[in-house]
Write a protein that binds this ligand. Sequence first.
Ligand code: ZN
Length: 235
Amino acid sequence: MYKRKPREKRDLEAEKKEAIAAWSPKTKLGKEVKDGKIKEIDEILENNKKILETEIVDSLINVQSDLLSIGQSKGKFGGGKRRAWRQTQRKIKEGNVPTFSTLAVIGDCKGHVGVGSGKAKETLPARDKAIKKAKLNIFKIKRTCAGFDCACSELHTVPFKVTGKSGSVKVTLIPASQGTGLVVANELKKILKFAGIKDAYSRTQGRKRTTFNLIKACVDALKKTNIKKGVTKNE
Ligand SMILES: [Zn+2]
């Protein structure tokens, strides 16, 4: 059955295609992608090559983006509600200058994900910076079926238990069978979804109120899916 795409989505895709067509790469890697010498993002990520142009990511895969809730609104009624923006004030002679910071996540829901932060005097430039950084930070994760208690053959969960750390926060991601869903802290759901993890349990330790560390610990855990179980890396 043929489904018409909503208008807005078609426009965005056309815009993206135009931007890539107009792109003149500044790096060797960018030129190789533009010339069609590199056709898979994994060729880049598996060789640990540094991506310095977001067009490299956009040319090779289709990513979605979203903002993570790192801020906390103040006030009588909205107090404690998480927001995408963290606002800080800088005092100068002329008065207070607000700065907005945010965290963005990008991913193709097929094993490629990235998180980045952005800071600016206004929200939209901060968002754009964060999305750009998230694309440059893209990494590959390993996914599998949960194994003995799951009979499907899809890549829907983490391959084994992985623990990531940031500051005092530890996040452990645990494989789950199909249909379990994401039994994880709310802030981590978007990251796992964009990474292509549909089922997982998680355990968190430490000061979870510092969302920033929670997210970084989750990213660290996801990166560890690439390390073979039982093999300790010497660093
Ligand atoms: Zn399965």
